[in-house]
Design a binder for this molecule. Structure first.
Ligand code: ATP
Length: 393
């Protein structure tokens, strides 16, 4: 499937999707992710034919579908609020789309039974939706979409009504089913963890604009800008304002508040040359902040340990030190679960000159709360971004 310069402008002038171009492979599960209002649902609805395309072309195979009726597009869709018919059995709910297409009864029976078996619903075909669990109801909704054996499957936050445990289980089931059926699928979510675990590739969107398209690991390892850097990964990437300095021997160092991180010789800092004397954003993922014993020849940052959260497999160590957090708009927007109070406190921290960060330590590593530690910063895993544009350096 191809999106070729797709733009959607609503009647009130809102540009929900701007010049979106991408190629989706046959049989691929691609995830559209981004904060509320970024245009992901609109993009999906244009594929389905539920929303007119203002400009650009959507092609499925080699057919341009812009002007096709939803029913002619060979697409099935599952929404967040899937409505099953309460008075019909599971069988009839799943048979409904086929019956309304005039498919012969024998074939309907075969297809419903085959799909039910795939979804582990064979024993429930005679039951009513209200007598099913949330997960089973969700599977019936998927079954109803899948019996049509569509060419493309669209899912818009299909799991958001389920509790956390069921959501995790259904993610795995959907991925498995999608691989088995080999149907090209677009999956929309605002949840980056869901996106990371499910997608072959992920499209990160912000304000209608594609920010980055790549495999989950690619997005994690090389986010193209501050928005993607903060949006992908949990806990989020730590970000500090840093001033770039070039030393007499040609190596680079970063000043964070009163501290200086010298980049070791094996780390090539030449990309920083144009930024000499200027402030940039330094990004470090929690697992790349190291306990002193493990720091090796990496530069060290003296920080106070404020809080330790044991997670069993590892420990989250919350630290603070004098310096400045990065508070650009893209960071504030993509930081998840950030409410106004949290934004205010981040801005307050910037005024006061205190940065907080979170490190992911091995559970055995020493992390005495209230004490200061010289934390290692993995020099080969540092991310640099322009403060002005948010772009990766
Ligand atoms: P959410 O996760 O909250 O559903 P989303 O990323 O799916 O968000 P969209 O629903 O595609 O975003 O909306 C994108 C933008 O278009 C938003 O600014 C939204 O307010 C706007 N929008 C959506 N539908 C309409 C409409 N019918 N008329 C005008 N503006 C709309």
């Amino acid at each position: 499937m191809t999106f070729d310069g797709i733009t959607k402008t609503y009647g009130d002038g809102t540009q929900a999707v701007k010049d979106l171009s991408l190629e989706i492979e046959d049989g691929e599960l691609i995830v559209f992710v981004g904060p509320s209002g970024c245009g992901k649902t609109t993009a999906l609805r244009m594929v389905a034919g539920l929303e007119e395309i203002s400009s650009g072309e959507i092609r499925i195979g080699d057919r341009v579908v812009n002007d096709l009726d939803p029913r002619q597009r060979d697409i099935a869709m599952v929404f967040q609020n899937y409505a099953l018919y309460p008075h019909m059995s599971v069988f009839d709910n799943m048979a409904f789309p086929l019956a309304s297409q005039g498919v012969p009864r024998k074939e309907i029976k075969d297809r419903v039974e085959r799909t039910a078996a795939l979804l582990d619903l064979s024993d429930h075909l005679r039951r009513r939706p209200r007598n099913l669990s949330g997960g089973q109801r969700q599977r019936v909704a998927m079954g109803r979409a899948l019996v049509r054996e569509p060419q493309v499957f669209l899912m818009d936050e299909p799991l958001s009504n389920l509790d956390a445990k069921l959501r995790v289980q259904m993610r795995v089931e959907i991925s498995r089913l999608q691989r088995h059926l080999d149907i090209t699928t677009i999956y929309v979510t605002h949840d980056q963890v869901e996106a990371m675990t499910m997608g072959n590739r992920i499209v990160v969107m912000r304000k209608g604009v594609l920010q980055q398209l790549g495999a989950p690991q690619q997005l994690y390892d090389r986010p193209v800008n501050l928005f993607v850097a903060t949006f992908v990964g949990s806990p989020a990437m730590n970000l500090f304002e840093a001033t770039v300095q070039e030393r007499a021997d040609g190596r680079f160092s970063l000043e964070l508040g009163r501290q200086t991180l010298e980049l070791p010789a094996h780390v090539d800092g030449h990309v920083l040359r144009p930024y000499r004397g200027r402030k940039i954003a330094l990004g470090v993922r929690p697992e790349h902040l190291l306990p002193p014993q493990a720091a090796g020849d990496n530069p060290r940052l003296r920080a106070n340990i404020d809080l330790v959260e044991p997670l069993g497999s590892d420990r989250l160590v919350y630290v603070s030190f004098p310096g400045h957090p990065v508070v650009t708009e893209d960071v504030l927007e993509s930081a998840r679960d950030v409410d106004e109070a949290a934004k205010e406190s981040l801005q307050g921290a910037h005024r006061e000159g205190t940065v907080t960060a979170v490190a992911r330590y091995d559970p055995e590593a020493d992390a005495p709360v209230g004490a200061a530690q010289d934390i290692g910063v993995r020099a080969d895993k540092m991310h640099f971004f322009e403060l002005e544009t948010g772009a990766r350096i």
